[in-house]
Ligand binder design. Structure first.
Ligand SMILES: Nc1ncnc2c1ncn2[C@@H]1O[C@H](COP(=O)(O)OP(=O)(O)O)[C@@H](O)[C@H]1O
Ligand SMILES: [Mg+2]
Length: 330
């Protein structure tokens, strides 16, 4: 059994001009200790997927269907109280904006310690000691002094380190990081990435890493899922995904990427620009969701949605024309 199994997740939002199918039938799993990356352009449903796992979607206008099993337990069937217990205890999340998620009137020590006092019943003194230990773990200098400071006294990069410390304080089995470096300066991004890579080995939590930065994916993740317009269009281990992407969308995203293994430092590793726009998620798309932008589109693509199919062992893609390994190219 995988640690997390997301099965046919559908998260839809009712809006005045129709239903927004933000996530439309997405299935994936995360094994214990593994790092899974979710990539795709803005608006493809990555954050909604993450928020659905933690049941942080406002209902209404949102509605979540499908199954989300964490250690075999369907989170969609848990009570609000059970979910509060799971959040920040067994599953933690790091958001893009460290400032908005920190409480400006509490010291960083209090904020790290609060979850511990809540979930593990530590005394104030034990919680502060643990907070200092966590600040040390995430590489904050002078942790004994910093623990008594307020968020505004820290730089953006430090605040994100504090967020990571909070997320890891309870020893979660799963950490969901939604674009954890996007809001930071480039040099700070590299430092936070370095930290995440280091922590991955030391902490042992499974990580779902949502990112725009393919360089990050190449360095941190074992497996990748590519999302487009609320669907999963490709999934593979990181090597095969970079070296032989099957879906034209993934090929487009990787367009200007340096090859895996070459030095990523100093090179542009953001997703390539693909001409055209993500289709509105409010219309039912009869064929392939990528048909409107695909350089290889045919009538078949416009009429019939391609199923996710295994194109090579452990490598699935939803494209009529992605060639199966071992098959003879027509
Ligand atoms: N609370 C909400 N109400 C209505 N629509 C929403 C809400 N949250 C997200 N969406 C929509 O869901 C879609 C996917 O968004 P999101 O998951 O944030 O994309 P990504 O993280 O991939 O950039 C978008 O069309 C967005 O407008
Ligand atoms: Mg997002």
């Amino acid at each position: 059994m995988a640690l997390l199994e997301v099965d046919n997740l559908q998260t839809h939002f009712r809006t005045p001009d129709g239903v927004n199918r933000a996530v439309d039938g997405v299935t994936f799993h995360v094994n214990a200790g593994e790092t899974l990356a979710i990539v795709g352009e803005s608006g493809c449903g990555k954050s909604v997927t993450a928020m659905s796992i933690l049941r942080l979607i406002p209902e209404p206008p949102g509605k979540i269907a499908g199954a989300i099993r964490f250690e075999g337990r369907d989170l969609l069937k848990c009570s609000d109280r059970e979910m509060r217990d799971i959040r920040g205890n067994e599953i933690s999340m790091i958001f893009q904006e460290p400032m908005t998620s920190l409480n400006p009137v509490l010291t960083v020590g209090r904020q790290i310690g609060e979850t511990l006092r809540l979930h593990q019943g530590l005394s104030a003194q034990q919680a502060e000691a643990k907070a200092v230990e966590m600040l040390t773990l995430v590489g904050i200098p002078e942790p004994g002094r910093r623990v008594r400071e307020y968020p505004h006294q820290l730089s953006g990069g430090m605040r994100q380190r504090v967020m990571i410390a909070i997320a890891l304080a309870c020893n979660p089995k799963l950490l969901i990081a939604d674009e954890p470096t996007t809001a930071l300066d480039v040099t700070i991004q590299a430092q936070i990435l370095e930290l995440m890579r280091d922590l991955k080995h030391r902490v042992g939590a499974a990580i779902v890493l949502i990112t725009h930065d393919l360089g990050v994916v190449a360095e941190v993740a074992e497996r990748v899922i590519v999302m487009y317009a609320g669907r999963k269009v490709e999934e593979a281990a990181v090597g095969p995904l970079f070296n032989s992407p099957k879906h034209p969308y993934t090929q487009g995203l990787l367009g200007s990427m340096p090859k895996l293994g070459s030095s990523l430092h100093g090179t542009e590793t953001r997703l390539a620009e693909i001409p055209g726009l993500v289709p509105s998620l409010k219309q039912k798309i009869p064929g392939c969701v990528f048909a409107g932008r695909c350089p290889r589109v045919t009538d078949l693509c416009r009429q019939v949605a391609p199923a996710l199919e295994e194109k090579a062992p452990g490598h699935v893609a939803a494209c009529h024309y992605a060639i199966k390994e071992g098959a003879i190219a027509a």
